[in-house]
Design a protein around this ligand. Structure first.
Ligand code: SF4
Length: 516
């Protein structure tokens, strides 16, 4: 069957990552794992039927819903698996819409891991493979790219090289339908279109299941960190009945739901303090439909402002009784109050910037006491960061060691109000940055065995898969051993130690093992 519109995304976005956003960070790893190990174990593919997927990334589902709302017939639209485009794109296809989150591997996680290890990220590799797909290259269809990674495609020659006709920056639901209609009618497309914040009433309901049962409950954040996407400024909360509709659509195929917001704890909050009744009410209603409810992101200051809410959610979801853990991503960013004051005052609110390190410590304790496992990100190299600032972050990470968690240090990437600044690079790392990196790796390797056991049991991962992941983790730790010793004393290990730059040998060793 022919489709005039084909929607797709690169291979890293077509995976549930075994139901874990922690494993989802693997998309931003440099390509050091053998391809089969990465694709089969870390990033297993969504199944497809004749190239079409039944479960799709939430971003593509929203665009599909916006196109349907604009009157485009359902049979005109297909959501395709990126590695099977030839089964879906044909001579009748007039537009291909692509969702991208990190097309050139310039996002904070990819640029950090890859600049340290000197290889490109899986995100960049698979996006390039998608854009070079034969069916796409030989098609006459117009190519429109949207998603949170389009800032990486702002350069006109990059777009031309990749064959992109138009990029949509920002939110797409209001601007995409006109662009797709123009393409269907043969009208020219502008190279760049900016979609502003979509009013909550105009955010359409998805019409099919999303990967990991992702259901958006709020959009935007309102804390106003200078390095964040400006679209985050305006917070909008999706009404309960619409959330429940999307939950019902999702649980037709799988029971697991992930409630998505920049801060799930502030669902329907009027200010920075969570509205306990609203959040508890939401969880109660969703739990009437399914027992498996997860959370995407929370803010540590929200957790500490309303500690009873954390207890409530643990009790409601069965975490208190030891049946499961609750996992959530969160931003620690720094242990330095002066950097908080300079670039992200809103992150600490309703607390003061000076209180931030204490907020992080106490909220990690609160979360741990209630069987939550946070994955906290840090930013290294923020404009104006001093040696003393980094030392404060090192101290903070030391104090968090006692709590089961994962800490991901990221290089500063110039975005939002700081977009005129420069990318932070390994060459600019102070000895304290290397020590911080070592602290984070030590923290994570301390917790990884426990994390893996908990996560794999909760997500019912097969023994073969969990063994393969444990083997890969053990191998990486072994190869990093010498480098870590240098980093712990503030030295750049890239020139003197083989481990950090030669991880690609794993591919050869594994290939050799496979042939022997
Ligand atoms: S708290 Fe997070 S989502 Fe909100 S503005 Fe800051 S970085 Fe962005």
């Amino acid at each position: 069957m022919s489709h005039r519109i084909v929607l797709t995304a690169d291979r890293t976005l077509m995976s549930s990552y075994n139901g874990s956003m922690f494993i989802g960070f693997a998309a931003c790893f440099p390509r050091v794992l053998p391809r089969w190990l990465y694709k089969r174990v870390f990033c297993p593919s969504q199944p497809h039927t004749r190239g079409e997927v039944a479960v799709a990334p939430a971003g593509l589902r929203k665009i599909q819903a916006a196109l349907l709302r604009a009157g485009i017939p359902p049979e005109d639209i297909a959501i395709a698996h990126p590695e099977h485009l030839s089964k879906v794109i044909d001579s009748k296809t007039q537009v291909v819409g692509i969702n991208s989150s990190d097309p050139l591997g310039l996002g904070p996680a990819s640029s950090t891991f890859c600049s340290l290890l000197g290889r490109e990220s899986y995100t960049a590799y698979f996006f390039r493979r998608l854009m070079r797909d034969r069916a796409l290259r030989t098609s006459r269809a117009k190519i429109i790219v949207g998603g949170p990674g389009t800032w990486q495609l702002s350069n006109g020659s990059t777009r031309t090289e990749l064959g992109i006709d138009c990029i949509v920056e920002g939110e797409g639901e209001l601007v995409a339908p006109k662009l797709f209609m123009d393409a269907l009618d043969g009208r020219p497309l502008p190279p760049v279109v900016t979609g502003g914040p979509v009013p909550v009433g105009d955010i359409p309901l998805v019409v099919g299941p999303t990967i990991n049962g992702t259901v958006e409950i709020s959009r935007g954040c309102g804390r106003g960190c200078e390095f964040c996407n400006p679209n985050m400024r305006l917070v909008r909360h999706v009404p309960m009945d619409r959330i429940l509709e999307e939950v019902k659509i999702n649980i037709r195929t799988r029971r697991r739901i992930t409630l998505h917001a920049e801060d799930v704890l502030r669902y329907k909050a009027k200010g920075m303090k969570p509205d306990r009744d609203e959040v508890v009410g939401l969880f109660e209603r969703v739990l009437e439909l399914t027992s498996e409810v997860g959370i995407s992101h929370i803010a540590l200051s929200s957790a500490l402002t309303e500690p009873n809410l954390i207890q409530d959610l643990s009790a409601l979801t069965g975490a208190t009784k030891g049946r499961r853990h609750l996992y959530a991503q969160t931003g620690i960013e720094t242990g330095s109050p002066s950097l908080v004051s300079k670039h992200m005052k809103g992150k600490a609110m309703p607390f003061e910037p000076e209180e931030w390190p204490g907020v992080v410590r106490e909220s990690f304790k609160l979360l741990s006491d209630n069987r939550w496992v946070p994955c906290g990100t840090l930013v290294m190299g923020m404009p104006g960061e001093t040696r003393e600032d980094v030392e404060k972050t090192v101290e903070l990470v030391e104090d968090l060691r006692q709590y089961e968690s994962f800490i991901v240090p990221l290089f500063f990437v110039p975005l939002g109000e700081l977009k005129e600044d420069s990318f932070f690079k390994p060459e600019s790392m102070l000895p304290e940055h290397w020590m911080l990196l070592a602290k984070c790796i030590d923290h994570d390797t301390h917790w990884i065995p426990q994390l893996m056991d908990d996560l794999f049991a909760q997500n019912r991962l097969s023994r073969a898969k969990s063994s393969a992941m444990k083997l890969a983790s053990w191998y990486m730790q072994r190869r990093l051993k010498e480098s870590l010793e240098l980093m712990r004393v503030g030295k750049d290990p890239r020139q003197t130690s083989p481990g950090i730059s030669d991880l690609e040998d794993f591919q050869e060793e594994e290939a050799g093992r496979a042939h022997s």
